[in-house]
Design a protein around this ligand. Structure first.
Ligand code: SF4
Ligand code: SF4
Length: 70
């Protein structure tokens, strides 16, 4: 089992803060998708590199991210 990052997309406002703090640079704003509010949500590009540091979750102003360590 791998670490897990859940993004509650419809809470995300696409601010990009989580992409700035991820030490592995695996959080990206997905420009090809839109949530119910019309924002581009963030997404994890390569979960296998995630170290479950939870920096992304701590930084998110809308509590849109949940991190679970394997
Ligand atoms: S838990 Fe850490 S390594 Fe994993 S996506 Fe979030 S900031 Fe990046
Ligand atoms: S910090 Fe939160 S609201 Fe901002 S892009 Fe990341 S998940 Fe979305």
């Amino acid at each position: 089992m791998a670490n897990r990052v859940t993004i509650f997309e419809n809470v995300c406002k696409g601010c990009g803060l989580c992409t700035l703090v991820c030490p592995k640079k695996i959080m990206k704003i997905d420009k090809n998708r839109f949530n119910d509010k019309g924002y581009n949500p963030s997404a994890v590009t390569d979960i296998s590199q995630c170290i479950a540091c939870a920096m992304c979750a701590a930084m998110c102003p809308d509590s849109a991210i949940k991190v679970e360590k394997e």
